[in-house]
Design a protein around this ligand. Structure first.
Ligand SMILES: Cc1cc2nc3c(=O)[nH]c(=O)nc-3n(C[C@H](O)[C@H](O)[C@H](O)COP(=O)(O)O)c2cc1C
Length: 217
């Protein structure tokens, strides 16, 4: 795709605009409306079977974010941004989660639970065939997909974000009491607005060429 076409496509232009923000401007605030938009982009994410085996803790409270910063190797984004999204997968996927999901489909689409029995058994068989560790890996993959949607949605509304794996998961779980909620932190993202002083925003994107990452056969 030539650079002219890229420029004409607003979505690609926004993806080029975004970067993993290192320095946020704490004086600029993400509106409640934009916060809702980002949460909705996560809620609408695709997931395997549609099970959504994750929850997201959204941290606004500054005192809590200070503690999280210490558990994230002091990365300043934790306190200079406005919100930290902690994407967390289920520690254990229970049959009850599948049953709640079936009930949701039944209520939303007005179908009987009986008609959903085949699907229910398939999903239960899948989760029961996985060890707890495999369930967690599977859940974390779904949470990362939600992160991907979130990053694109943020870029599309010109909200800055920094996805992060550079944190101590166990400390995060402790600070946010995630274990009690059957959750385990997988990946996080800070959102806010970039500081003009963040030099990274002025640099070219570094990506592999199309021929290096695609094999069209
Ligand atoms: C899963 C994941 C984890 C990341 N962890 C961190 C992090 O802990 N700290 C940080 O500053 N950037 C982090 N990044 C940002 C990447 O370094 C950045 O996305 C990459 O260099 C590409 O640059 P760009 O996103 O600015 O285009 C992470 C990105 C992803 C997707």
């Amino acid at each position: 795709m030539n650079s002219e076409v890229k420029k004409q496509n607003a979505y690609l232009e926004n993806l080029n605009w975004r970067y993993a923000t290192k320095q946020f401007d704490p004086s600029k605030k993400v509106s409640k409306e934009n916060l809702e938009l980002l949460m909705e982009s996560v809620r609408l994410s695709a997931s395997s079977y549609g099970l959504q085996p994750y929850e997201i803790v959204v941290v606004e409270d500054l005192e809590t974010r200070k503690k999280l910063k210490d558990a994230a190797y002091g990365q300043p984004q934790l306190i200079d941004s406005n919100y930290v999204f902690v994407f967390s997968n289920f520690r254990k996927i229970e049959e009850k989660h599948v049953e709640d999901y079936m009930q949701n489909i039944s209520d939303t689409r007005n179908v009987s639970r009986e008609d959903l029995k085949g699907m229910e058994d398939t999903i239960k068989n899948t989760i029961n065939s996985l060890s707890q560790e495999q369930q967690q890996i599977w859940g974390a993959k779904q949470a990362y997909l939600a992160l991907g949607n979130f990053l694109s949605a943020a870029a599309n509304s010109r909200i800055d974000a920094c996805p992060m794996e550079g944190f101590e998961n166990e400390k995060f779980d402790e600070i946010l009491h995630l274990k009690d909620k059957n959750l385990k932190s997988a990946v996080i993202a800070c959102i806010g607005y970039r500081s003009e002083e963040d030099s990274l925003q002025y640099q070219e994107k570094v990506r592999k060429s199309k021929s290096e990452i695609f094999h069209i056969i």
